[in-house]
Design a protein around this ligand. Structure first.
Ligand code: DHB
Length: 389
């Protein structure tokens, strides 16, 4: 098989890049280790920044997002028994949409297949070759047979555990930056109506909690937990009493209970690996960087990488210039480090650190108090939250 751009990984990064390249008349093939059913059903993030909404809309895959996604103009911070609204739209002129990542994936897979795009699912044994030449290739097993794609470029959009990052030449020069947090998020899906019109980020001595949504009948809730804990230790009753305790407030509002039909624990890390390119191989999304989920940036960062790559390939194929591709790592990292900073800030601001001193705990509350009483600080949070790439 021959194509212009071989893309490893059918997550938001790989699929969106394939779609944007197609709109510019550039060919690509996407390979993915999981099945289509699996990628279309796995519950991941849920928040799309304005810039992500814009690119889905402009590229013609925003219709379901506009119909079933929930447009939010603000978020709430809860602490000391009170809720405080951050009016994103008033402060920044922008909004966010709560629309699950697997729905974005469904939309992109449908668009690629409708345009006769090639996505090969359930491949295994992926190996990269010749990335330092201008004829790189990818080999893998598909439907029991050995297969090979010769391409001009390879994109590693295969996530944190994927083979691409490890296959980059020049591992001696690779620099990884990492922070692993001493807590995780316990996430549940619940059958109930929404408890709140907007997301609630709650700081509490017992630990962080987050009220999000998936649809008018399905809600998504999270609470800080020990990353080594096990879902079997958490009965439904224990989960609800923990959520009520952490979300308690003085105005009588309570989170809606309902049937819990999914439970899972998410580990939290900050991670950046640089460079994001070597020869004809470029990394995009989680293969190069991870943020803790608190700022809701993960998928949006992947989309940001892809925007840069799509422009770079357009310049390469239409004008025969590689300036944008050559500057990819630097251009991408500028935005990534800012998002890493914001995600770390939100994580630090809202979680309970077991080893924090009483003084540090007071500083955390003072910072929250500053954010909700200073328009300047609230604006900084809002600008980062809605994103500006
Ligand atoms: C969701 C996830 C996040 O990380 C966040 O900050 C807000 C919402 C969600 O899954 O709905």
């Amino acid at each position: 098989m021959h194509t212009q751009v071989a893309i490893i990984g059918a997550g938001p990064a790989g699929l969106l890049l394939s779609h944007l390249l197609h709109l510019q008349g550039i060919e690509s093939v996407v390979i993915e280790s999981r099945s289509r059913d699996d990628i279309e059903a796995t519950i991941r993030a849920g928040v799309l920044e304005q810039g992500t909404m814009d690119i889905l809309n402009e590229s013609g895959v925003g219709e379901r997002m506009r119909t079933i996604g929930a447009l939010h103009h603000g978020v709430e911070l809860s602490f000391d028994g009170k809720r405080h609204r951050i009016d994103l739209t008033e402060l920044t002129g922008k909004a966010i949409t709560v629309y699950p990542q697997h729905e974005v994936i469904k939309d992109l897979v449908a668009a690629r297949l409708a345009a006769q795009g090639q996505i090969l699912f359930e491949v295994s044994g992926v190996a990269l070759h010749g990335v330092e030449t201008d004829k790189p290739s990818v080999t893998f097993i598909h439907r029991g047979e050995e297969a090979r794609i010769d391409a001009d470029f390879i994109i590693g959009a295969d996530g944190y555990h994927g083979v691409s990052r490890a296959s980059m030449p020049g591992q001696e020069q690779r620099r990884d930056f990492q922070r692993i947090y001493p807590f995780g998020w316990f996430g549940i899906l619940v059958e109930s109506s929404p408890s709140s019109d907007e997301l609630i980020y709650a700081q509490h001595d017992r630990g962080f909690a987050l009220v999000s949504t998936r649809s008018p009948t399905v809600q998504r809730l999270y609470f800080q937990c020990d990353p080594k804990d096990h879902v079997d230790n958490w009965s439904d009753d224990r989960i609800w009493s923990e959520l009520h305790a952490r979300l308690e407030n003085n105005d009588g509002w309570k989170v809606n209970e309902g049937r819990i039909f999914q439970k899972g624990i998410i580990a939290m890390r900050s991670f950046v690996s640089t460079p994001m390119q070597a020869g004809r191989l470029f990394l995009a999304g989680d293969s190069a960087h991870i943020v803790p989920p608190t700022g809701a940036k993960g998928m949006n960062l992947a989309v940001g990488d892809v925007k840069l790559l799509a422009r770079g390939f357009e310049q390469f194929y239409k004008q025969g210039r590689d300036a944008l591709l050559a500057g990819y790592t630097d251009d991408a990292l500028r935005r990534i480090w800012r998002a890493e900073y914001f995600s770390w800030t939100m994580t630090r601001l809202l979680h309970t650190f077991a080893d924090a001193t009483p003084f540090e705990r007071e500083m955390q509350r003072a910072e929250l108090a500053n954010i909700v009483s200073s328009r300047a600080m609230a604006t900084a949070l809002a600008e980062n939250y809605v994103g500006d790439f």
